[in-house]
Design a protein around this ligand. Structure first.
Ligand SMILES: Nc1ncnc2c1ncn2[C@@H]1O[C@H](COP(=O)(O)OP(=O)(O)O)[C@@H](O)[C@H]1O
Ligand SMILES: [Mg+2]
Length: 286
């Protein structure tokens, strides 16, 4: 097919989040289009998670506007999920003493019409809905490769599989946009590569993805577009190759020498020169 119609899935404009005197996110614009995987990178404390929290109704931004498929998002997490945005958390949030399958079923609750009472009273309508939900949850477990462990307790899964399960639970709400906060944190290289494949497969299902990650190689392999946050501000945005080569990003994010960087003698000269002109600088205290 040659006609791909792209539309804006997420549109954040001028999103600002202040905590007292600290501006954690400063006037950030970001869009995610259908069919896209967009990366959000930046040093620790740059405001990435806070930005996610502003998108998902966990925080009400101090300023700015967020729309999902053209509609302004309500400032309540469950309503945002209902609208079609699902997320995973930087720190795994699973129900440790529930089974793998039950964790996914919990993720489906925003999509099932049956109320709490019918569930508690086990009315026939509930059993039917429950059966359908289970079937869908098993499909998702199949998709992420955890079907064989459906009856295991979440807490008994190895770390990498817990992260996968979080993704399955997020997918259970049938989102149009998935937000992943450091999905490969703590994973070994094989698990990271498998997660890459998983994210591509999710995109191929028609779900747009916005992903925060520290693993720069992961981001560069995966993303159509990458935005860089530094101290709450978006300093660069563009295709992965462009961002990867941007010296501001290299300096701010990696903080390490790059191809074509001055040689070590030159670097030492620069450092020495800077050491003489630090009267007004915050400097580093080393
Ligand atoms: N609820 C909060 N109250 C006060 N400060 C916060 C809160 N959440 C985050 N921050 C601060 O906002 C800044 C950005 O944090 P965060 O969004 O977690 O960064 P990142 O995810 O990029 O590492 C940090 O300085 C952090 O301490
Ligand atoms: Mg974070």
């Amino acid at each position: 097919m040659t006609t791909t119609i792209t539309s804006t899935v997420l549109d954040a404009t001028g999103v600002t989040m202040r905590f007292g005197g600290l501006t954690a996110v400063r006037s950030v614009d970001l869009t995610v289009n259908s069919g896209e995987i967009v990366g959000l990178i930046g040093p620790n404390g740059a405001g990435k998670t806070t930005f996610f929290n502003c998108l998902t109704g966990l925080y009400v931004p101090t300023d700015g506007k967020v729309t999902y498929k053209g509609t302004v998002l309500p400032p309540k997490p469950h309503l945002v999920t209902q609208a079609g945005i699902a997320r995973t958390f930087q720190n795994i949030r699973l129900f440790a003493n529930m089974t793998v399958l039950e964790n996914v079923l919990v993720g489906r609750h925003t999509r099932t019409k049956e109320g709490l009472w019918s569930a508690l009273l086990r009315l026939p309508s509930f059993s039917k809905a429950e059966a359908a939900s289970r079937e869908r949850a098993m499909e998702l477990l199949e998709f992420i490769g955890l079907a064989a462990k459906a009856d295991h307790l979440a807490r008994n899964l190895p770390y990498g599989e817990q992260r996968k399960l979080e993704i399955a639970r997020a997918l259970a709400s049938e989102p149009g946009l998935l937000l992943l906060d450091e999905p490969t944190a703590g994973m070994n290289p094989q698990e990271t590569r498998a997660t890459e494949e998983l994210v591509f497969a999710i995109r191929d299902k028609g779900i747009a993805v916005l992903v925060i990650e520290h693993d720069i190689r992961f981001i560069m392999n995966l993303c159509d577009r990458v935005a860089v946050l530094v101290q709450g501000e978006k300093i660069v945005e563009g295709p992965a190759e462009v961002v990867q080569a941007d010296e501001r990003v290299i300096a701010a994010y990696l903080g390490t020498p790059f191809d074509g960087a001055p040689g070590s003698e030159e670097a030492a000269e620069v450092e020495a020169a800077e050491a003489h002109s630090t009267t007004s600088s915050e400097g580093d205290d080393q």
